[in-house]
Design a protein around this ligand. Structure first.
Ligand SMILES: Nc1ncnc2c1ncn2[C@@H]1O[C@H](COP(=O)(O)OP(=O)(O)OP(=O)(O)O)[C@@H](O)[C@H]1O
Length: 490
């Protein structure tokens, strides 16, 4: 049976229509979210469900029973509500406030306080982390603590249906996570059905089984966050530029927006290559969006510096990441904004090439050492070895906006061109004797200014892909040549 059914519900405040034939239903054990811009009717909808406003048009059923047939006490035995703003009633302690949640369960003219009532109050206080504030007057609590006290009151009611209006309002991150995890757990065990208004779309996406998106009192979308919270729909509903990203740990979308102050001018010319005794450093005057396989800053990242650090051939790679992090900090680079790579090659042999196209420019910095060259197709024949610092490191900077597809394709194009350069220079895998495709520890970073012209793709069929392929090939050949010449001089 459905826990909540809302059918063709409309509402007017005087002449103003604020809800227009809204229909949805919520199953037992669902965590259901209502999202939408300010004034879209979310609170009004909750107020109608909790009988705070009279239902004039449409139908609402709770657990199969029409709302109109339920008395206030009957309603309270099924459902509890946490309103948007709850002012502290002067003189009440936390315990007294939470105890009010037991009202619906008490009977007779002179109800007695039972063990069950006490247990429900204690459990609710523990759930919201307020057990140690039980005797505090409510007005002495912080905004977030007070919100938790009212939530405890709703939980003490032991409802089957919990209605929440922005439950994480005023709460810090740990309070939010604790509360939402607890609600999700209760919903999963089917003890509780939750209907909550959320302003934070990331919270709605992470925690809700389904969401109702309201726009000007009408249903704009209804379904799972993954299906309905598309950038196009959210941009239309919220009239703001929204970007949707993949959450790194959960199969849920994440949302952000694009601030207006973003630089419009492109500046691949704002790159500077310099050298420390043991590192080649590429610095950008603006943060670049980077996709890399580097030791520091792997994956997608925003970075201003690329540090290619030289270490000895006998370098112990045991804690290379920690060591590189310390190196960056000691040299004044923030590891949060730096892409860090290592090589055994003399970094002063770094090749730096730029190509200025008609409408875009690409630059590359690379060092190549192939003492550790490997044929990827036959690497399985190698004896398992610890990583050795003989590598080809490459940073490609593109002046333009790259989609994620273009970033990945740029990595592919660059890798293909590198493999071709190695083949043309007859670099072999020393163990298998076959042509090498790279080394066992190569790093590649593709960086883009994310301003100017947009590149949807960067495969070899595109202008950008062709420029990348050519530059990578030429730079790798030159870097291999410098590597060979330096070894010849030894
Ligand atoms: N008591 C009232 N009398 C007249 N108009 C009201 C009343 N309460 C709300 N409204 C109007 O109804 C519309 C919907 O309000 P509601 O509070 O339901 O929106 P909401 O989506 O919850 O907004 P928010 O995100 O700001 O909390 C708004 O335009 C609001 O100004």
């Amino acid at each position: 049976m459905m826990m909540l059914e809302v059918r063709a519900v409309s509402h007017r405040y005087g002449p103003k229509q604020v809800l227009d034939r809204v229909t949805f239903s919520v199953e037992k054990g669902e965590l259901f979210g209502i999202v939408g811009p300010n004034g879209s009717g979310k609170t009004t909808l909750l107020k109608l469900i909790c009988k705070e406003l009279p239902l004039a048009s449409g139908e609402i059923k709770i657990h199969g029973q029409p709302l109109l047939a339920l008395s206030a006490k009957q309603w309270a035995r099924f459902a509890a509500v946490l309103p948007q703003t709850a002012e502290a009633a002067p003189g009440y302690t936390v315990r007294e406030t939470v105890a009010l949640g037991r009202y619906a369960h008490q009977r007779g003219l002179f109800p007695t306080w039972t063990k069950e009532d006490e247990a429900a109050v204690q459990e609710a206080l523990r759930a919201v982390g307020l057990a140690d504030k039980i005797d505090e007057p409510l007005e002495r609590l912080s905004g977030g603590e007070r919100q938790r006290a009212y939530l405890a009151r709703a939980l003490a009611q032991k409802p089957q249906l919990l209605l929440l209006d922005e439950p994480t309002n005023h709460m810090d991150v740990s309070g939010q996570v604790r509360l939402l995890d607890r609600l999700a757990e209760a919903a999963r065990s089917r003890d509780l059905t939750v209907v909550a208004v959320f302003h934070d779309m990331n919270v709605a996406s992470l925690y809700c089984d389904r969401v109702l998106v309201l726009k000007e009192g009408k249903t704009a979308a209804l379904g799972t966050p993954t299906d309905v919270m598309t950038p196009a729909l959210l941009e239309e509903v919220f009239a703001a530029p929204i970007v949707r990203l993949a959450h790194p740990a959960a199969a849920k979308p994440m949302f952000s927006f694009v601030p207006k102050g973003k630089q419009e001018e492109s500046s691949a010319g704002g790159l500077r290559l310099s050298f420390l005794d043991d590192a080649a450093v590429l610095a950008s005057c603006q943060p670049l969006r980077v996709l890399s396989s580097a030791l520091i800053g792997a994956g997608f990242q925003w970075a201003t510096h690329f540090v290619n650090r030289q270490v000895g051939l006998d370098y112990d790679c045991g804690d290379a990441e920690g060591d590189m992090r310390r190196y960056l900090e000691q040299h004044g680079f923030s590891p949060e904004r730096t892409i860090g790579m290592m090589t055994a090659v003399d970094v002063h042999d770094a090749v730096w090439l730029q190509k200025e196209g008609e409408a875009f420019s690409v630059a590359i910095m690379t060092t190549a050492g192939v003492g550790n060259a490997v044929d990827a197709a036959r690497a399985w024949q190698h004896k398992p070895l610890a990583a050795r610092p003989g590598t080809i490191n490459m940073v490609i900077v593109i002046d333009g906006v790259l989609t994620e597809a273009a970033f990945v394709q740029a990595m592919m194009t660059a890798t293909e061109a590198k493999v071709k350069a190695l083949a043309d220079c007859s670099v072999c895998d020393l163990e298998t004797g076959t042509l090498a495709t790279g080394t066992s520890t190569d790093s590649l970073a593709v960086a883009a200014t994310q301003t100017g012209r947009t590149f949807a793709y960067a495969g070899t069929a595109t202008e950008l892909g062709r420029a990348i392929g050519r530059l990578v090939y030429e730079a790798t050949i030159e870097a291999l040549d410098r590597y060979k010449r330096r070894r010849g001089r030894r």
